[in-house]
Ligand binder design. Structure first.
Ligand code: GDP
Length: 479
């Protein structure tokens, strides 16, 4: 008896508390089954309703996914063009766009939208998506087949006449949702940072009703638009059931969706086992600098040290004595990620040249310094993903303002990071950092529009759980 209880517990932990479906081929995605050995159990409860909806969604993905009869039929209808009824299988196609952190956040947003609207999520496998992430849904594929008939879909942008915003602007959609001409088989949703007021109507209730009738939606975004979904009345009840605790949307959906492929898992585990595993405490520091020059910058180094010393994440050094002898042999590893190696070298040197006040033994590690963002290169993206994941295994984390790379690491880890504010005029902000209100990512380009009164409004002040972000005054985040 004891044996079966034990093995079912092991099984449950492997499937992270029932979040993951059983029934995958273990060898095809080792990280799915091994992550529980590296990552602490999530402190955030999952609602049983979310688990139910995930299982239902898996059934839908399988029933309507590539190579099924339903998919073939839907593709034939898409090719034939117009006036198609939305059937049992409706789709949301995610277009690969922007840096890896942004992509992860938009896939998660698209997935939540797909759950809310019962759409099958298909992702464009371009720019390495298939090399980075395992298939998340059992017995089917979420990769958009390469023979997808809307060949120009990767080039859709703000000006495309196929976009919902431009159709509304051109009055091709009436306010009751009927179309001036024949109803299109697909619409393009432009939700990227440069979107205009017409595109932003996406977040209005009436637009959601219009979109319901369209079997295929194609989405391009570089934003975590989940907070604004919480402001659409028709989704509120469902979202509350899915997430009774609202500040863990990305945490759960991210852990559900994003499992590193075996190649990336090799990068993660070799690094972890070699450099991080044996320490008593793991601190992650993510240094992301948004400047036209590459650096390293003195003010960034100062900010990292100000923040970590002030918040006692790193111990003070003793500049007077050459040796501090204590019985304390606590060890700490610090994982630094940055495009630049300068910060790591300076901090590591500081702790080599001087002892720590408290005798703590510290080692510093930086897996790569890629110098420039190069989001179309396979190994570059794999390293970025490995570093995001390694950061997320830290006990405590310091992250940089505005960075989706940091948001993803924090969301996957589930613990509140110390967020370093964005420096202005190359000076250290005061305070240099603060602990975040919630582990959710920030939506950088939210709409400020009240769909009912048709006027501008501060969408960060409408409900208590959608607020402005710590690091971007106009952004929105769930708390
Ligand atoms: P954001 O620009 O910080 O919001 O994050 P993104 O991930 O969307 O885009 C930044 C991209 O630059 C990453 O995806 C990486 O390709 C690269 N990058 C930025 N910081 C790092 C880092 O610390 N390590 C590695 N390996 N790549 C980084």
């Amino acid at each position: 008896e004891h044996g079966t209880m034990l093995s079912s517990k092991v099984q449950r932990d492997r499937l992270i508390g029932g979040l993951l479906a059983p029934g995958f081929d273990k060898h095809s995605c080792i990280s799915r089954y091994r992550s529980a050995l590296y990552r602490k159990e999530s402190p955030h409860l999952i609602s049983t309703y979310l688990l139910e909806r995930l299982r239902e969604h898996e059934v839908l993905q399988k029933k309507c996914g590539p190579n099924t009869e339903s998919y073939k039929k839907a593709i034939e209808q898409l090719k034939s063009g117009q006036d198609i009824m939305a059937g049992d299988c409706n789709y949301l196609v995610w277009v690969s766009y922007s840096g890896l952190g942004n992509r992860i956040l938009t896939i998660a947003s698209a997935f939540l939208y797909a759950i809310l609207t019962n759409r099958v999520l298909l992702v464009d496998g371009d720019k390495g998506t298939a090399d980075l992430f395992c298939e998340p849904f059992p017995e089917t594929s979420w990769l958009l087949p390469p023979d997808f008939p809307i060949v120009q879909f990767k080039n859709f942008s703000i000006g495309s006449p196929e976009s919902y915003g431009n159709m509304v602007k051109a009055e091709a959609i009436h306010s009751d949702g009927s179309f001036k001409g024949p109803k299109p088989a697909f619409l393009y949703l432009h939700l990227a940072h440069d979107y205009d007021d017409y595109d932003k109507l996406f977040f209005c209730e009436h637009s959601q009703q219009h979109l319901q009738k369209i079997p295929w939606l194609i989405l391009r975004s570089d934003n975590y638009f989940v907070p604004s979904l919480f402001l659409i009345p028709s989704y509120q009840e469902e979202l509350t059931r899915l997430f009774p605790q609202k500040d863990v949307v990305f945490h759960h959906l991210g852990r559900y969706l994003f499992h590193p492929t075996n190649v990336v898992w090799g990068l993660i585990t070799r690094y972890y086992d070699s450099y991080l595993a044996r320490a008593d405490e793991k601190l992650g520091i993510q240094i992301r600098v948004f400047d036209t020059e590459t650096g390293p910058f003195q003010h960034v180094l100062d900010q990292v040290l100000d923040c970590t010393l002030k918040e006692k994440l790193l111990p003070e050094i003793n500049a007077q004595q050459p040796i501090i002898s204590t019985g304390n042999i606590r060890s700490k590893v610090v994982l630094i990620t940055s495009l630049n190696s300068g910060y790591y070298e300076r901090i590591r040197n500081m702790y080599w040249e001087h002892p720590t006040e408290n005798g703590e033994i510290i080692s510093f590690h930086q897996p790569s310094h890629e110098e420039h963002q190069d989001s179309d290169k396979k190994m570059h993206n794999m390293k970025a993903w490995a570093e995001i994941y390694l950061l997320s295994l830290s006990d405590v984390m310091v992250t940089s303002a505005w960075s989706t790379f940091g948001y993803v690491a924090q969301g996957l880890s589930g613990s509140k990071t110390w967020l370093m504010f964005k420096p202005e005029n190359r000076t250290v902000p005061n305070p240099p950092c603060r602990q975040v209100m919630s582990i959710e990512p920030c939506f950088h380009a939210p709409p400020f529009y009240d769909c009912k009164t048709r006027r501008g409004t501060d969408t960060g002040k409408l409900v208590p759980h959608v607020r402005h972000c710590e690091d971007m005054s106009w952004g929105l985040k769930l708390v």
